[in-house]
Structures are given as C-alpha cells and as structure tokens.
Write a protein that binds this ligand. Structure first.
Ligand code: MG
Length: 307
C-alpha cells in the first residue's frame, strides 16, 4: 500500500516557496533563509495509551498527533512552518483509514499555514503509532523558554483546566496565534504548554527557572468537564483542574506591569487568568485568598509509569 499512500500524499502536498523538495525523494528540503533559527519538536502517540482508534477513529488521531506538536511550538512562542508524519499502521488499516488520518492533519496544517513535508509509513502486526515532528521558527521576539520566570512574575494561564479526557484532549486548539500575539504585545519571561497537568507542569516551569510558585486555588479556572468528571468519580473539580493532563493551555510567567495590562485588556478570544505568583525558594505553595499557605504536591500524568 505504501506507493499508493506516497502518490496520494505527493498530490496533496505540492511544492511551495518554503518546500523546495517534498514527498517522494529521500528527504525534504525546506527553505528557512528568512528564519535562521529553527525550533523542532516531536511527539509520538500510541493506540491504547494516547487514544483508542477503534473508539475515536483515525480522524481524531490525526488531528491530535499534529495538534500536540503545534502546542509545543506554541509553548516556545515559535511560528509553525512544517511537519513530518511517521505512521506505524496496523495491517488492518486500509487507504481510507490513512486518508482520514491525513485529512484531519491536513485541515489543521492549513489552518496554521504549514506544509507536511515528509515522513515514513510502515505496516506491522501491532496497534497504530503516529509520530509527528514539527518545525517552526523563532520570531523577532525570540523564543519563550521554561527557565525565564523570576520571583515576582505573575502566573497567567490561558483557558480552563481539567476533564480533558471527556473530549478536549482531541479537539483542543493549539495556542499558537495566542502566544505570538501576547509575545508581540507584552513582556513574557517564560512559558510552557500544559500536557501533563497544571500543578505538575507549573512545578516544572518553576524548577527550570530556579524559583517557587504560589497558587491561589480560588483563582484556578475550572473547565465544565472537570465538574462533570468530578461528579462521576467523586474527586473535586479543582483536583481535576490541578492534575488532569492534556489541557494544552499555556502557563506564562509575566512581569507584574505587563500582567496588569494584559489581564485588564484581555486581548485574546480565550480568557487569560492570574492564578498566582512566582516566588523565591522552590516547590509549589497553595492558598485560598488571604488564607494560610501550605505546600502543594504537584500531581499529573507521568510518562512511562503508573503515576
Ligand atoms: Mg510541552
């Protein structure tokens, strides 16, 4: 089936100013002369771990596989350019299955103005594995790293948290346009995208920056899905918001003056919320309003473990 897939893909992804040599040769050639600093990220999704293709279908898998990579580029404040897609297909997959997977990615690629420039397709007697590598470039504002937060910076988040397993983990919007706009209009010190849980990823950002973080639990924006899930499993909606994975929202470290203006102006279609402050020291601290401060043990999804 591979020649069929390759010829179908070659028709779908023609050459452009950016893509000098595309699908069908041994490797792709991208023109990055206007953007000399490339940002590269890769993410592998596996049937049975990240999705169940029998239940969700190849379309949602394709979209998610590209979207998680775009979210990582957003976390770096990089503008997406291209992606490479590698598939390990179960032998039961036919051309329609592959097309459905690609068409979903295609729609997202078009929305974000990127080309699919290559990849690899193999078949095996095991479940579907999709690996996408995305390439972006740093804008004139520079990259956004995890290590730039300073004590006194405000913790600002996009969107809402928790309960993504009920559907959001498939249909989330990578915050690319949002971060590029914020980076242009406001001073940002650090950022990341929440893939493994708000508290766990916040702890990682604080650690990378060599500081601590205080979070006001009353301010955490809780997704309706977190409440739905909490009603089902008895855990609090707040706990879901703090520890569920795959929200794919951004945590940003914003200096106070910039944060005040950003929160007042609310320049995005998605809400921006202050949930706390980066502080000297290490680890996470929780409180409610003016209430007492206690340690917050970060919880979330730990890859490769049962945690
Ligand atoms: Mg990330």
């Amino acid at each position: 089936m591979e020649p069929l897939i390759v010829s179908w893909l070659r028709d779908r992804y023609p050459l452009s100013d950016r893509l000098c040599v595309g699908i069908g040769d041994d490797a792709a050639i991208l023109d990055l002369t206007d953007a000399p600093r490339a940002v590269i990220t890769t993410d592998m999704l596996m049937d049975g771990i990240d999705f169940e293709v029998d239940r969700c279908g190849p379309h949602r898998v394709g979209r998610k596989a590209l979207a998680v990579n775009l979210s990582d580029l957003a976390a770096m404040a990089a503008r997406p350019v291209s992606a490479l897609v590698s598939l390990a297909l179960p032998r039961s997959a036919d051309l329609d299955f592959v097309k459905s997977l690609y068409l979903a990615m295609d729609r997202l690629a078009e929305e974000f103005g990127i080309t699919i420039s290559g990849g690899d397709t193999n078949c095996w007697d095991q479940p579907l594995v999709v690996s996408v590598t995305a390439i972006g470039h740093v804008t004139a504002c520079g990259p956004l790293l995890r290590s730039g937060a300073r004590p006194g910076d405000v913790i600002v988040v996009t969107g809402e948290f928790g309960g993504s397993i009920l559907g959001h983990h498939f249909d989330f919007q990578p915050r690319v346009a949002e971060v590029l706009q914020l980076h242009r209009e406001f001073e940002l010190h650090a950022g990341l995208d929440v893939s493994d849980g708000l508290s766990l990823d916040l702890a990682r950002l604080a650690e990378a920056s060599g500081c601590g973080a205080e979070i006001d639990l009353d301010l955490v924006p809780i997704a309706p899905a977190a409440r739905t899930l909490g009603n089902q499993d008895g855990e609090s909606a707040l706990q879901h918001a703090l520890s569920d994975g795959e929200d794919f929202e951004l945590i940003l470290a914003v200096p106070p003056d910039s944060a005040r203006r950003m929160l007042r102006e609310q320049p995005l279609g998605v809400p921006l919320t202050r949930i706390g402050t980066f502080v000297t020291g290490s680890g996470l601290t929780q409180h409610r309003g003016a209430g007492p401060r206690t340690p917050l043990i970060p919880r979330g999804y730990l890859h490769g473990s049962d945690g």
